[in-house]
Design a binder for this molecule. Structure first.
Ligand SMILES: Cc1cc2nc3c(=O)[nH]c(=O)nc-3n(C[C@H](O)[C@H](O)[C@H](O)COP(=O)(O)OP(=O)(O)OC[C@H]3O[C@@H](n4cnc5c(N)ncnc54)[C@H](O)[C@@H]3O)c2cc1C
Length: 506
């Protein structure tokens, strides 16, 4: 099993062995490109650039698949979370057409890699169904269907969906697919190394300085390159993109069914938040995979309840034999509905980024790789302007938020806290965490299963918001930009580059 940025265990991570690198990183040489992040975006970008003759190094803070790629549900779809009528409103008919075309190309590229490297990852083409259960949803689905058709997809109205429920209105879109993400990413990583690429795991990029060459400081020392890519899902540090991307958590269960009646294809309801359904065969066992209960990171106190609600929903619809896996992971919702891929705003040098994928980062991560390859090679692409991270699209309804807690939380560094008093204040059960007030200051306190207390400063090191406890993942999550920390304050998710300050407990 590989590690993930979470306490819960995903179906994919449980079935993946650790990735053993082949080539050694060389500090003495100047790489053409260094890519931070070993998820689908980083590995695909690295492979395409290496294949085009560039000498690339991937620097991964933990292990391949540690981020959302290890916690995804791996629908490969052009029928996206942000519907085409919204994309059309924000980017016009041509923009919507380009998005459909780019995502379809991404699915083709994934299939091409699977065929070329004989990747056993259970890839299958599928149809996607979206269905309405109320009159209001039916009216919205009509608009979505029209815009999806106009964007170039093969859309048809259908009477039935492949789920045991009735629908007022439903559409089917062909040309979608599904797979297991980690065998794909790991095998593509091997192919990348076979053609001369290098991967450095357990090494976090802590700073990038644009000098004569680009100096990349990592926890395993400095490296040099000419071009640099942040494929870290969200870039670390402080950037305009943190105000344009909202972090969300989504919950997933993988169940076995007593009646073997597994739904084929991909299905999406239109509830708020919506549910997404599919089946995947993994090592001879079929799993029904259902996701949903999404909420803004740090905005839901009882994250266990999200799993309970999702499980209840699955048990109501299906004849569940066993819930084998339940996990949650994070994604980033872009302000205007489509990702930010290109030059990192505010930088003069050749520093690039790919972020804001919503729940479609398998395809958008691959779209990013295709576009970044052209950008870094200095080639033209029709998509450069569309995905430009510096674009300004003020769209109605997007609730930007800025850190608002910084001034109310005092710095607590180097204070000594009496354990007895802290415990009384918190009244914690083993396995629980809580923000407690101690003499006018706040402490993020966790009690482990053995009764040991872990206290850290609750001020997020990114922009100073106050972190919230996530019971299901046993992590401290920042509601502002989605940085996440372990109970001892170590960084689990960017954009934070530095952990929470630990506090000594007497
Ligand atoms: C529950 C859920 C379900 C989803 N389902 C789907 C789906 O069905 N279909 C779909 O297309 N998309 C889906 N998505 C979205 C998709 O999983 C993600 O968008 C995608 O995995 C992002 O890939 P990535 O490579 O960009 O980022 P990640 O997979 O998060 O990889 C980023 C990597 O960067 C590393 N890193 C971070 N900071 C640093 C640093 N400073 N230095 C070095 N390395 C660093 C991390 O350790 C991590 O391994 C889902 C998302 C969630 C949360």
């Amino acid at each position: 099993m590989i590690q993930r940025d979470a306490h819960t265990i995903s179906l994919w991570q449980d079935h993946a062995g650790g990735y053993n690198t082949i080539n050694k990183a060389d500090r003495g040489k100047t790489y053409d490109v260094i890519i931070a992040g070993g998820g689908i975006t980083g590995i695909t970008t690295a492979f395409l650039l290496q294949n085009a003759g560039r000498n690339c190094l991937v620097v991964e803070a933990a292990n391949l698949g540690y981020g959302a790629t290890g916690g995804t549900t791996a629908h490969l779809n052009t029928l996206l979370d942000v519907p085409y009528d919204t994309i059309q409103r924000n980017f016009g008919k041509e923009g919507a057409r380009q998005i459909r075309e780019a995502t379809a190309e991404a699915i083709q590229l994934i299939k091409h890699h699977i065929d070329r490297f004989d990747i056993r990852c259970g890839f299958e083409y599928a149809d996607a169904y979206m269905f309405a259960q109320t009159e209001r949803e039916a009216a919205a689905l009509k608009d979505i269907a029209e815009a999806t058709l106009m964007a170039g997809a093969d859309v048809s109205g259908v009477d039935k969906v492949p789920l045991p429920l009735g629908a007022k209105k439903a559409i089917k879109v062909t040309g979608q697919a599904k797979f297991s993400p980690l065998p794909y990413v790991q095998r593509l990583a091997t192919a990348f190394e076979h053609i001369g690429g290098t991967i450095l795991q357990q090494s976090r990029v802590t700073a990038v300085q644009d000098k004569e060459t680009i100096l990349v400081i990592t926890t395993q020392g400095p490296f040099h390159c000419r071009q640099f890519v942040y494929a870290t899902h969200i870039p670390p540090g402080v950037n305009l993109l943190h105000l344009r991307c909202v972090p969300y958590r989504s919950y997933v269960v993988a169940a076995t069914l007593a009646d073997n009646n597994y739904p084929e294809d991909l299905s999406y309801d239109m509830q708020q938040p919506f549910h997404y359904y599919r089946t995947q065969m993994v090592e001879g066992q079929r799993y029904l995979i259902v996701g949903g209960e999404d909420h803004q990171t740090g905005h839901q106190e009882n994250t266990e309840n999200c799993f309970r609600k999702l499980e209840a929903h699955v048990r109501e619809l299906f004849n569940v034999e066993d819930i084998r896996y339940r996990w949650s992971a994070q994604y980033y919702e872009p302000a205007d509905g489509i990702p930010y891929i290109g030059r990192l705003p505010g930088q003069t040098g050749e520093i690039y980024v790919a972020t804001g994928f919503s729940g479609n980062g398998m395809v958008y991560g691959t779209v990013s790789a295709l576009l970044l390859k052209r950008l870094l090679l200095g080639l033209h692409s029709d998509y450069i302007k569309l995905f430009d991270p510096s674009r300004i699209k003020p769209v109605a309804g997007f609730n930007t938020f800025v850190p608002h807690n910084a001034d109310v939380v005092k710095q607590l560094a180097s204070r000594l806290f009496p354990a007895e008093k802290l415990e009384q204040l918190a009244g914690l059960a083993p396995g629980e965490g809580k923000l407690v007030n101690y003499e006018g200051s706040k402490v993020a306190l966790y009690k482990d299963e053995q009764g040991g207390l872990h206290a850290v400063d609750p001020v997020c090191t990114h922009l100073g918001c106050e972190v919230h406890w996530n019971q299901a993942e046993k992590s401290w999550d920042c509601p502002c930009h989605g940085a996440r920390y372990s109970v001892d304050g170590q960084v689990l998710n960017a954009p934070a580059g530095k952990g929470l300050d630990p506090h000594d407990i007497k």
